[in-house]
Design a protein around this ligand. Structure first.
Ligand code: ACO
Length: 331
C-alpha cells in the first residue's frame, strides 16, 4: 500500500472535523465531496451558502453532508469566535470591533474554530499564499509547549529504495522560516523527528545538514549546526541525531565510512534537517524534479493544533491527501 493510501486508511478511523475556509474554490468543493464519500473526515466548508450550493449543483457535486458556515453572517457562533479573537489578541492592540472584522475573514474564522475546538484541523492555501494562511494560525493557535517555532516538512518518496527508510525521506524546514538560530534549528529537528514517528511510524534517524562533516570545515554557520545538534539531542534523547553532516555522508554508507566512521546516523539517515529555508526549499525541489520523487507536504509541525497549507497550484487529490494528514496530526 502506498503512503498516501495508508494515511487515508488510518484517517478513516477517526471522526475528525476539518474546516476548509476556501469553500468557494471549485477544487475545494470537489475535494470536500471526495473526503466525505471516502469517509476521511467530516468537512466544514466556509463561504456563502447559496453560492456554494449553486456552484456544487453546476459541478454536479453533492455537498449535502458538509456543514456550511458563512463567516460574513453575524451569528452567535461568529460572536463567540470574535470574542476569542479579542481575548487572544487584545494584548496586541486589537479591540472588539477589529476582532469582529478579522473574524469575517474565512482564514481567521477557520483558525479560530480550530483554536476553540470547534474543528480538529484546517487546510487552506488553494486560493491564498502561504503567509496569509499561516499568519492567523501563528497568531491564534500558537505552538505546542516546548516548541517555539512552526516549520514545514516534506515526506519525499523516492523512485528507488536505497536511501532513507526504503526510499522515504523526511525533510525540514522546506517551507516556513527563512533563517533560524541554533535553538530554533534544534526544535525543528525534534518536531520533524516526532512527526516522522507519528505519521510514518518509523524510527527517525536525523542528520543535521551542513557543508561540513564533523569539523571538516570551520565556519560560524557550521558551528551553529553543531550547537543545534547538541541541543536537539538534549531535548529528545530518545532519537538518533547527529551533525554536522554533509548530505552525501548522511545518505551514502560508503561515504559515511570514510567521512564519519563513528557516526551512528551517517549513511542511514531518513530525516534531513536543512540549515535554512533556501537550502531546504531548493533541496526538496531538486529531488522532486531531478530524481522524480513524490513530495508530500508541506506538513506544518510545531503548531498546537494542525493547520496545513496547500500550494495554489494544488489538485483535488492534493487537498484530499493533506486533509488525511491533518486528521492524523490531530489525533
Ligand atoms: N513559528 C511560530 N510563530 C511564528 C513563526 C514561526 N515560524 N513565524 C512568525 N511567528 C509568529 C510571530 O511571533 C507573531 O506572533 P505575535 O503576533 O503573537 O507576536 C506572529 O506569528 C505573526 O508574525 P508576523 O511577524 O506577522 O509574521 P511574519 O511576517 O514573520 O510571517 C511567515 C510569518 C508568514 C511564516 C513568514 O515567515 C513567511 O512568509 N515565510 C516564508 C514562507 C514561504 O514563502 N515559503 C516558501 C514557499 S512554500 C513552498 O514552496 C512549499
Amino acid at each position: 500500500m502506498d503512503i498516501i493510501e495508508g494515511f487515508k486508511q488510518k484517517a478513516r478511523k477517526f471522526n475528525s472535523r476539518i474546516v476548509l475556509p476556501e469553500g468557494e474554490d471549485d477544487r475545494i468543493l470537489q475535494a470536500a465531496c471526495q473526503i466525505m464519500q471516502e469517509g476521511i473526515a467530516e468537512v466544514i466548508l466556509l463561504g456563502d451558502e447559496s453560492k456554494l450550493v449553486s456552484r456544487a449543483r453546476d459541478l454536479d457535486l453533492n455537498i449535502a453532508g458538509c456543514q456550511v458556515i458563512n463567516p460574513a453572517s453575524e451569528t452567535e457562533e461568529k460572536a463567540a469566535l470574535a470574542e476569542l479573537m479579542y481575548e487572544l489578541r487584545h494584548h496586541k492592540g486589537i479591540d472588539r470591533e477589529k476582532a469582529r472584522k478579522k473574524t469575517s475573514n474565512p482564514l481567521y474564522f477557520g483558525t479560530l474554530m480550530v483554536a476553540a475546538g470547534k474543528a480538529d484541523g484546517m487546510v487552506a492555501g488553494a486560493a491564498n499564499p502561504t503567509g496569509r494562511v499561516l499568519r492567523p494560525a501563528l497568531q491564534t493557535i500558537k505552538t505546542k509547549a516546548e516548541i517555539s517555532i512552526v516549520s514545514g516538512a516534506f515526506i519525499m518518496v523516492l523512485p528507488r529504495d536505497e536511501f532513507g527508510e526504503k526510499g522515504v525521506l523526511v525533510m525540514s524546514d522546506c517551507a516556513v522560516n527563512p533563517e533560524v538560530n541554533d535553538e530554533e534549528l534544534a526544535e525543528i529537528a525534534v518536531s520533524t523527528a516526532r512527526n516522522t514517528k507519528k505519521l510514518l511510524d518509523i524510527d527517525p534517524v536525523v542528520a543535521m545538514l551542513s557543508f561540513s562533516t564533523h569539523g571538516s570545515a570551520r565556519h560560524p554557520l557550521v558551528s551553529k549546526v553543531r550547537r543545534a545538534t547538541n541541543r536537539a539531542r538534549k531535548m529528545a534523547p530518545e532519537f538518533e541525531i547527529d551533525g554536522e553532516l554533509q548530505v552525501d555522508a548522511a545518505l551514502v554508507a560508503e561515504i559515511a565510512k570514510s567521512k564519519a566512521p563513528n557516526s551512528l546516523v551517517a549513511g542511514r539517515a531518513n530525516v534531513l534537517i536543512f540549515p535554512d529555508l533556501q537550502s531546504g526549499n531548493i533541496g526538496y525541489k531538486l529531488i522532486q524534479r531531478l530524481a522524480g520523487a513524490e513530495a508530500v507536504g508541506p506538513i506544518l509541525q510545531g503548531m498546537d493544533r494542525p493547520v496545513n497549507d496547500l500550494s495554489r497550484g494544488c489538485s483535488v487529490d492534493d487537498v484530499v491527501n493533506l486533509v488525511a494528514i491533518t486528521v492524523l496530526q490531530s489525533n
